[in-house]
Design a protein around this ligand. Structure first.
Ligand SMILES: NC(=O)c1ccc[n+]([C@@H]2O[C@H](COP(=O)([O-])OP(=O)(O)OC[C@H]3O[C@@H](n4cnc5c(N)ncnc54)[C@H](O)[C@@H]3O)[C@@H](O)[C@H]2O)c1
Ligand SMILES: [Zn+2]
Length: 671
């Protein structure tokens, strides 16, 4: 490319990249996938390399992140928080290693010791501990100045407010990644879609959006977590290497990944990378690559930094989980709260080992923005276990017969008016007796995480509705064997089982009952808080907004939604009928653990928040073996401080090792 053409393209790329940086870092609302962004960025780097005279200090290639939001107080980092250079191929890794060796003038044949870590997909923050006490927490911002989010970070359970151990250092600045486990991310998005808010594009945006809240109670309700991985300024302590630093953090009670490992040379890095590529799908959080760091701190200092990234580290990114397929149809489906969501039926396609046949299109605004039509050839992406999404349309593949699906004029299920509420992206069916809403609310009520009526799924609930045997959730408790025998293909035994499942649900925990009612804004977590605070459904029904607000983590929107629900005469009647039918929610004792059916765990240390015996009980009741021996059949090993040979064995066998913290996240995620 000649100089003039290069200059024009560089200017174009910079403007484009700046716009996407702003959308991504400041507004948490990216329009491109990371892969698309990375392609633009690489093109800029390449042109700047070919034309070094055109490089300016304000080029996005020399700068980190985005400007901090004005609504927060600002924090100037004592040492700038840099980004990382990216590598995408084995060749890039070899090149990085060669550069490091050259800069250190390493004798031929000698290899560098690296520490490899998973690259977590969240946002970077800095925690400042003065004499062991957490005083300031901030975001990376533009690397020099970040946002003061101390109050919000204090709500993150894995972040200690005080360091453990004697003689804490005068100053310990530690950097790490705040992120949302996948299960929590999915739950949050499902809830947002039900409530007509735009879903987050990926766990990173969800974490950033959750942390950068002015109201720390909102942050507290999001199960954010953190892993620490880098030092800032430190006074009163000294570390010789990254490995040593990570162990010290662990001893001080800071959360550190158990997947970090020292390796030697390019071969070691490649082996680690391959291992993580395989492990990626089994981890309870999203990682988007691995980070490779020169282990020795003296060598790191010798290598130094560039304007945007250190010379001693590189981020090796995973290839995106994308595939090309065709949208065969787009169907609007009505949810429990009446929100109508467009879903794409895809020509089935395999994306890194999983067959995908549906993708969420989120809402009509999103569909219009991406101009997605029935018949389109599209790129889809699957991030973690998340429902695949359409990344973009390959417009060049259009034949002209593709059609856009407009917002339905009437509810596809009940014909009622459809309304787009101002400030919401969702459209809703306004029908009070919309069969779709009734069906979805009954399905929700009977579902596993709610009243857990085993076997009573979508199919049977639809038949009950069609036969006019139920009109709302209370009717479930009036069903008889004769009712079920009216179904097509129903046997005595099956009818018996379904009745037993309904009967058993009468004695579920109170929190499940509250969750099952489907009160807007009351998810599983809030339901647990309410059950603990009020102890009975009567007390909850009588609670005033002020009483509700006195519970930490409950905000005005939730409080109002709860009182509105219980003021509704129809809802009170439904609950009264259920109580008369013998529904008697139990008040839970402290519950340990979640559902780990079919998975085995081995503990090699003590757990942080659960006592060892509690954890043991849980694991045994779920068929795992605590503190037992590691075998090929073990799914996870939970590593504690004393872990040693068991971990080595686990690694040899390819068993996933989780830090206690990761284990706790998994408990939270699966609860
Ligand atoms: N989609 C878009 O529009 C858009 C826009 C801007 C940026 N991006 C994405 O963001 C990337 C650039 O963002 P970035 O500057 O945060 O860089 P990065 O995400 O490529 O790498 C640096 C970051 O990695 C994180 N990290 C995670 N685990 C780590 C570990 N163990 N050790 C050290 N760091 C770790 C830290 O937050 C660090 O700041 C781009 O490559 C692109 O993928 C996308
Ligand atoms: Zn309807």
């Amino acid at each position: 490319m000649d100089r003039n053409a290069a200059e024009r393209r560089i200017a174009e790329l910079r403007a484009e990249i700046r716009r996407h940086d702003h959308l991504y870092y400041v507004l948490d609302r990216p329009e491109l996938t990371d892969a698309e962004y990375d392609a633009l960025y690489r093109e800029l780097l390449k042109l700047e390399e070919e034309h070094p005279e055109l490089v300016t200090p304000d080029s996005p290639s020399r700068r980190v992140g985005g400007a901090p939001l004005e609504k927060f107080k600002q924090v100037t980092h004592r040492i700038p928080m840099l980004s990382l250079e990216n590598a995408f191929t084995d060749g890039d890794i070899a090149e990085f290693d060669a550069r490091v060796k050259r800069a250190l003038a390493l004798p031929a044949g000698e290899e560098i010791a690296y520490v490899c870590e998973p690259k977590l997909d969240g946002l970077a923050v800095e925690l400042v501990y003065e004499y062991g006490t957490l005083t300031v927490g901030s975001t990376r911002g533009d690397g020099v100045v970040g946002e003061n989010v101390t109050q919000n970070l204090k709500t993150v359970k894995s972040i200690p407010l005080r360091l453990e151990g004697e003689n804490p250092p005068e100053l310990l600045e530690v950097r790490g990644e705040v992120f949302l486990p996948l299960a929590a991310f999915q739950r949050l998005n499902a809830q947002r879609e039900e409530e007509g808010e735009p879903p987050f594009a990926n766990p990173r945006n969800a974490a950033a959006g959750s942390l950068r809240q002015l109201d720390s109670r909102i942050t507290a309700r999001r199960p954010l977590t953190m892993f620490c991985y880098a030092p800032g300024e430190i006074r009163g302590a000294d570390f010789g290497s990254q490995g040593e630093f990570l162990s010290a953090l662990r001893q001080r009670g800071l959360p550190v990944t158990s997947l970090a490992r020292q390796v030697t040379g390019v071969a070691g890095v490649l082996a680690y990378y391959r291992e993580m590529t395989e492990k990626r799908d089994t981890l309870p959080y999203e990682i988007d690559g691995v980070v490779v760091k020169v282990d020795s701190f003296p060598l790191q200092r010798e290598l130094g930094e560039k304007s945007r990234s250190p010379r001693w580290a590189v981020a090796v990114k995973f290839p995106p989980r994308q595939a090309v397929t065709v949208i065969e149809d787009i169907v609007p489906s009505v949810g429990r709260t009446g929100v109508i969501t467009p879903t794409a039926n895809l020509r089935p396609v395999e994306v890194s080992g999983v067959t995908v046949s549906r993708a969420t299109l989120h809402n009509w605004e999103e569909m219009e923005r991406k101009d997605i039509r029935i018949g389109d050839t599209v790129v889809i992406e699957r991030a973690g276990d998340v429902i695949p999404a359409v990344v973009k349309v390959l417009t060049e593949k259009r034949s002209g017969s593709e059609r856009f699906l407009p917002i339905p004029a009437a509810c596809p299920e009940c014909g009622s008016e459809v309304v787009k509420i101002p400030d919401e992206v969702a459209v809703r069916c306004m029908g009070l007796s919309c069969p779709a809403q009734i069906r979805e609310s009954i399905i929700h009520f009977a579902s596993r995480n709610a009243m857990d009526m085993e076997g009573l799924g979508e199919k049977y609930i639809e038949q009950l509705l069609r036969l006019g045997l139920v009109g709302n959730v209370a009717d479930l408790y009036t069903l008889t064997r004769d009712d079920f025998m009216k179904f097509d293909r129903m046997g005595e035994k099956l009818a018996e089982n379904l009745l037993n499942a309904i009967e058993a649900s009468k004695k579920r925990e109170l929190s499940r009952f509250i969750f099952a009612l489907g009160i807007r804004h009351v998810g599983e977590h809030t339901a647990k808080l309410l059950a603990t605070a009020f102890g009975s459904i009567d007390n909850l029904a009588r609670a005033t907004e002020a009483e509700l607000l006195s519970i930490r983590e409950i905000g005005p929107q939730v409080a109002q939604s709860i009182t509105t629900f219980f003021h509704n005469e129809g809802n009170r009647e439904t609950i009264r009928r259920m109580v008369e039918a013998g529904v008697e929610p139990t008040v839970e004792e402290k519950k340990v653990g979640g559902k780990f059916t079919g998975k085995t765990f081995v503990f090699t240390g003590t757990l942080i928040r659960f006592s060892r015996s509690e954890a043991q009980k849980m694991v045994e009741s779920e068929g795992g073996h605590a503190a037992g021996s590691v075998s090929k059949k073990t799914d996870y090993v939970v590593a504690g401080d004393e872990a040693g040979s068991k971990l080595d064995k686990a690694r040899q066998l390819g068993v996933t090792v989780l830090a206690e913290d990761e284990f706790l996240q998994m408990l939270e995620g699966e609860q």
